[in-house]
Design a protein around this ligand. Structure first.
Ligand SMILES: [Zn+2]
Length: 104
C-alpha cells in the first residue's frame, strides 16, 4: 500500500471515530443527578478525544498536501529526507527524526 493510500485510510478511520465521539457528545444528559456527574466527566474526556482526533486529521491532511505538491518525505523544518522506515511507522510524519527529537 502506498503512503498516500495509508494516509487516506487513516483519515477515513479518524473521521468515523470522530463521528462516534460527536454522536456521544450530542446525547442529552441523564436526568438523574448522580449519573449526570459521571456523564459530565465522560463528556470532558470525549471532548479531549475529539481534539486529539482533529489534531491527527490535520497532520494527515498536511501530509496529503505534501504528497500533492511533491514535498512529501522532506522534513518541514530542515528540508532533509525523512527516513523511509520512519514514514513506514508514521506516514504523516512532518519532521525527520533529528528535528522530531529536538522538538521534544
Ligand atoms: Zn529535520
Amino acid at each position: 500500500m502506498t503512503n498516500k493510500a495509508r494516509l487516506e485510510a487513516q483519515l477515513a478511520e479518524l473521521k468515523e471515530r470522530l463521528g462516534h465521539v460527536e454522536t456521544d457528545l450530542a446525547e442529552p444528559l441523564n436526568a438523574d443527578a448522580s449519573e449526570q456527574a459521571v456523564e459530565v466527566q465522560d463528556d470532558a474526556s470525549l471532548e479531549a478525544q475529539a481534539l486529539l482526533i482533529h489534531r491527527d486529521m490535520a497532520s494527515i491532511n498536511r501530509a496529503l498536501l505534501r504528497i500533492e505538491n511533491g514535498t512529501y518525505g522532506e522534513c518541514v523544518r530542515c528540508g532533509g529526507d525523512i527516513a523511509p522506515a520512519r514514514l513506514e511507522v508514521r506516514p504523516e510524519a512532518a519532521l525527520c527524526i533529528d528535528c522530531a527529537r529536538k522538538e521534544q
